[in-house]
Design a protein around this ligand. Structure first.
Ligand code: ADP
Ligand code: ASP
Ligand code: MG
Length: 490
């Protein structure tokens, strides 16, 4: 029987220092005794943020801060190398770090001199440099440990469109590149080690897949090379019933579906990138989330359908802590849907992500709940599209509430269950928190609602306590149509 092909992705904390690199190498070498393995690596924890901060300082010609960050970038990687490599491998590794550091330094000096805005394309050519070092280092450390690690440039195998900063894969081209580059390596039992987060456009420019994108790199490359499974190694035991930083008593979910994972990530669970489930779902392989600090813990399996018995209709509670509610109200004598249609069309063209929207017809009001960082662009869009309507009073002045958080409760087995909403909002009411807006998807996979940002953690804890801790009694199924969408202030 041919050996399975497993893609292993190591996140930032899993490659946070030399000891973590040793642990990754041990995990890889153990797995390679049984399976064929390819590896995708994130930048060391904090390094991508550091690059963004360096670029920002350079752009503002803040030389002192730029130099301080550049020095930190060099230092973090030099220290890694001196703690990891034998004296014989030391010079080549230092030389590699120096080359990359110089590339970043040259670009930052140019930016400082120009004091100009930086294009998304130039940003993408720099922000993946942390991954370039960590993947090179892991490949060469595997070799030092007697394991056949082979550094492969992500730009040679992951082909994307040119939506810089949030690129999408060209699966056809990526498949062809993987066939040509990875398969010969795998056939001779080498272990390809690839930088996460970046790929390359058809015309040879580096493009990133968005923040946290190494998970996505892993499933894209898994789908393109016919992997049997993708294992995402991180710093928690799997997907938990809530963010452990908010609910320290959150428990590991043994299994969740792709649909649940997508929803969970969309509504703030950082443990997996929102798009990472798609390539796996299309190709039909499972994704495991595992703890690189406790490699023997079973982890969470993300798969097409789950078989484990469910004792709560709600599996997980998540939260987007910084959101904005934009409310648009029309005059009563106009048909609002035509106006909303124009706005949604434009948001679609700009690929704006709406967390949820509510429409209450009698009030002629549309509530749009967005990630806070997306709201300035949408407000600008509204001013442009509705310039006349706003000037003539067809639309009332736009109301903006920047202090909201979105809480989402998720679980496929909420479908058809009576009483979930009642229990949910009773738990919220116990916190003496007023719900600002609410929506339940027609699929009944999630219920999300906006609350004041300052109450978000209390609400998540209360809802988690209600559904994920209490022993569940059998919940009767509902008859007839279920609530598809609700809106309004409470
Ligand atoms: P990595 O660097 O390995 O990619 P991330 O920091 O991106 O790791 O994601 C892992 C973190 O996600 C965990 O440390 C945890 O704090 C956070 N997290 C938020 N929600 C959840 C959840 N529902 N389950 C597990 N982890 C979660
Ligand atoms: N290093 C990148 C980030 O911090 C990608 C990743 O770690 O997934 O966003
Ligand atoms: Mg991550």
């Amino acid at each position: 029987m041919s050996r399975r092909l497993i893609v292993m992705k190591f996140g930032g904390t899993s490659v946070g220092n030399a000891a973590c690199f040793r642990q990754c190498a041990e995990i890889v070498s153990k797995a390679a005794q049984q399976d064929r393995v390819m590896v995708v690596v994130s930048a060391m924890a904090g390094v991508t943020d550091l690059i963004f901060k360096t670029i920002e300082a350079a752009r503002h010609a803040d030389t002192a801060v730029t130099e301080m960050h550049l020095q930190e970038f060099r230092q973090v990687h030099r220290e890694l190398i001196s703690n990891l490599f034998d004296p014989g491998r030391h010079p080549a590794a230092l030389e590699f770090v120096e080359q990359i550091s110089e590339q970043l330094q040259r670009a930052c000096h140019a930016l400082s001199a120009l004091r100009s805005d930086i294009s998304a394309q130039t940003t993408d050519s720099l922000v993946g440099l942390g991954e370039r070092i960590s993947s090179w280092v892991l490949a060469h450390y595997l070799q030092q440990s007697g394991v056949a690690g082979e550094y492969v440039r992500a730009e040679d195998i992951l082909i994307t469109n040119n939506n810089f900063g949030n690129a999408a894969p060209d699966m056809e081209a990526t498949r062809a590149a993987c066939q040509a580059t990875l398969l010969p390596l795998l056939q001779r039992d080498a272990i390809p080690v690839i930088a996460g987060y970046s790929g390359c456009t058809a015309d040879g420019r580096t493009a990133t897949l968005g923040r946290g994108g190494s998970d996505y790199s892993a499933t894209i490359l898994g789908a393109a090379s016919g992997a049997d499974e993708v294992w995402i190694w991180t710093d928690v035991d799997g997907v938990l019933s809530a963010d452990p930083r908010i609910c320290p008593d959150a428990t590991v979910l043994p299994e969740i579906t792709f649909a649940e994972a997508i929803e969970l990530a969309y509504y703030g669970a950082k443990v997996i990138h929102p798009k990472a489930a798609f390539p796996a779902m299309n190709a039909g392989f499972s994704v495991w989330i595992k703890n690189s600090f406790r490699p023997d813990a079973p982890g969470t399996r993300i798969t097409r359908s789950t078989s484990s018995p469910i004792n709560s209709p709600v599996k997980s509670v998540t939260c987007v802590k910084s959101a904005t509610l934009i409310t648009l109200v029309t005059r009563r004598d106009v048909h609002p849907v035509e106006l909303w249609g124009r706005l949604f069309l434009r948001m679609g063209q700009e690929q704006t992500e709406v967390l949820f929207a509510t429409q209450s017809s009698p009030e002629h009001a549309l509530g749009l709940v967005l990630r806070k960082e997306d709201s300035p662009a949408v407000l600008k869009m509204i001013q442009n599209i509705f310039r006349l309507e706003l000037a003539q009073g067809v639309l009332a002045p736009v109301e903006v509430d920047n202090d909201v958080a979105v809480v989402a409760v998720l679980g496929e087995s909420m479908k058809g269950k009576c009483g979930v909403l009642g229990r949910l909002f009773a738990a919220v009411a116990h916190q003496r928190v007023s719900v600002i807006a609410v929506a339940q998807g027609a699929s009944e996979l999630s219920i999300c609602f906006a609350v004041p940002a300052a109450s978000a953690a209390d609400v998540v804890s209360a809802v988690h306590g209600e559904f994920c801790h209490r022993r569940e009694e059998a919940v009767p199924g509902c008859m007839g149509p279920t609530l598809a969408a609700m809106s309004g202030a409470q």
